[in-house]
Design a binder for this molecule. Structure first.
Ligand SMILES: [Zn+2]
Length: 158
C-alpha cells in the first residue's frame, strides 16, 4: 500500500518496531501534505484541465446544434505565446473527454507564429516567447501582435 510505504520512507528507514498508531497516523498525514512532492508525470495542470473542459463544453454545444454524435479529431490553433503545455493538454483531454462524444478523439495542434511589432526596426518580427529580443536589432521595444491564440480550428465528426 503506497501510503504506508511513503510513511516509512518519510520516517527514514521504516517505522520502528512497536510504533504506536498515533505516530503512524501522524506520519501518513505529514506524507500527504508534503509540499514538495514531485508532480507525477505526465503533468496534470489545472490550467490545461480547465481548457480541456472548455473544449468539451464547446463540442457538446456544437454537437447538439449540428447533430453529430461523435468527434474523431479536434484541430486546435495554438500560438507559442498561449502558455499551453501540449502534453498536459493531451493528457487532460483524455481524462476529461471520457464518457463524452469526444472520447478517444485525436487532438491535432496547428502552430501559429509568435509575432511582434518592433518599434526600432519598424516592422513585424517573429518571436518564440514573451520578452524575447527582436531577432533583427536585439532590442526590446516590441509589441506582441500574434501568437497568443488558442482556439478550435475545426472538427472531424460523424
Ligand atoms: Zn528590431
Amino acid at each position: 500500500m503506497p501510503v504506508i510505504a511513503g510513511a516509512g520512507r518519510f520516517c527514514g528507514g521504516g517505522l520502528k518496531q512497536g510504533a504506536r498508531w498515533p505516530t503512524l497516523a501522524f506520519a501518513i498525514i505529514v506524507f500527504w501534505h508534503r509540499p514538495n512532492d514531485p508532480p507525477q508525470p505526465p503533468r496534470f495542470d489545472m490550467h490545461e484541465l480547465s481548457l480541456c473542459q472548455g473544449i468539451i463544453d464547446i463540442l457538446e454545444t456544437e454537437a447538439s446544434k449540428q447533430h453529430f454524435v461523435r468527434v474523431r479529431k479536434v484541430r486546435l490553433l495554438v500560438g507559442p505565446l498561449a502558455g499551453v503545455d501540449r502534453e498536459a493538454l493531451r493528457f487532460g483531454f483524455d481524462a476529461v473527454s471520457r464518457d463524452t462524444i469526444a472520447q478517444g478523439a485525436e487532438l491535432e495542434f496547428i502552430d501559429t507564429p509568435g509575432l511582434a511589432w518592433c518599434f526600432a526596426c519598424d516592422r513585424t518580427v517573429e518571436i518564440d516567447q514573451y520578452y524575447d529580443p527582436c531577432p533583427g536589432c536585439g532590442g526590446h521595444r516590441l509589441k506582441v501582435t500574434g501568437g497568443e491564440e488558442f482556439r478550435i480550428l475545426d472538427l472531424e465528426v460523424e
